[in-house]
Design a protein around this ligand. Sequence first.
Ligand code: NDP
Length: 451
Amino acid sequence: MARDRTDEPEDAVLREVWRDVLRRDPHQQFFHSDVRGVLRSIGPVLVEHPEYVEVVGRLCEPERVIVFRIPWTDDAGRVRVHRGFRVQFNSALGPYKGGLRFAPSVDLDIIKFLGFEQVFKNALTGQDIGGAKGGADVDPKALSSGELMRFCQSFATELACHVGAAVDVPAGDMGVGSREIGWIYGQYQRLIGYHEPGAFTGKPAVLGGSALRPEATGYGVVYFTRRMLAEQDRDLDGARVVVSGSGNVALFAMDKVVASGGTVVGCSDSRGSISEPDGVDVELLREVKGQGGSVADYAEKRSGASTADGSPFTQECDVALPCATQNELGADEARALVQNGCRVVAEGANGPVTPEAREILRDGGVAFGPGKAANSGGVAVSALEMQQNAGRERWSAQDVDERLSVIMSDAYDRVRDAAERYHGDGADLENGANAAGFLRVAEAMTSLGVV
Ligand code: NDP
């Protein structure tokens, strides 16, 4: 892709790093976009900390990229092959940590982008975890339960020699829930020959999964949103909220919105979107989705709900929580949100708001909560699961929820303080998240020497 020279950082060192990134992997556009955002944010940090300049080039290159074949046999006896990935991006702060995504769109570009994002996200939680991401280019919805288990076992067979409680601790992501993590962990345990529950998080509770891990990303994004609203002397009570998606993150975000007094006026899935001004019945939606239905099937059961082909973000709302997938909220949706008086957009998903849309929101005075910070609740509770497994403890849901709420609030403070310090009063949280995450990782990398 031809790039405008004005896209280049002004600083000579950052420019050289940027050119290296483009030269090495010229087609990885998701990764480029994320790196560009970080390089844009950290210039002022490097002025205050020139000792971190040399870290930047190393930070933008993953420590290790693992790409592997996943052979398995389907129900008809046919041998099928998929491609698996694990990008171990940075371990300066602790063992690699990050989810596994099963989706047809998974490729090295997406996994590198998500792994890079994870490095900063994990740093912002204040926990001692490095960043990684993995997955496979498979559509789990197209597989029977038996096929998916065999697929997970084949995936785990290859992954096993690269992970471990003190090495790399994968969790779930899109298409990978606690059931799949249980199967992957089962095969891992069989291969290594002993119990090591701390090697995976997001496990079923009976295998040592933390209370509230499924809820954590959705709850966390709402805790973060509350802090953003409080900055504007507002709260969720009475607010109209659009939540895109109706998967793990979206449904638990909806629960917390409703518990906070807000109304979920619209949502979506991969097949369409719906509007329901009087409020989505989250339990009914969960039931319909759990049976393999769509948001349109849900809407058919509700007299006040209507369906639409396009984005859910074109309807009126005070708060928008994109919780489905990358690049789902573009320029048109951002313009609609500004026009309709939306006050806050916070990313529950990874990279759902395009760079162009972010600029439109910024210019339109809509506060933007970047996913690195806003959706870090899931990995934060994963880190709490590691702690529980290491200490052979089980904490109550209430205990985990209180810790999650504090972690999200601290992340917000860290991000806002760095935004103000390095980018001036009223600076956006995206710059703050990049700067604050970078500071923590750069300090650790510098302390470790050139490794
Ligand atoms: P799920 O697979 O549980 O849910 C994804 C939802 O998004 C589904 O409702 C799906 O529709 C919908 N969707 C997928 N593609 C599209 C599309 N192109 N347009 C509209 N809707 C779409 O995933 P999660 O909820 O776990 O993850 C969602 C996002 O949050 C991802 O970006 C993930 O990386 C991020 N995230 C997840 C964390 C976690 O703890 N799970 C942690 C941090 C970030 P359908 O129901 O039809 O399949």
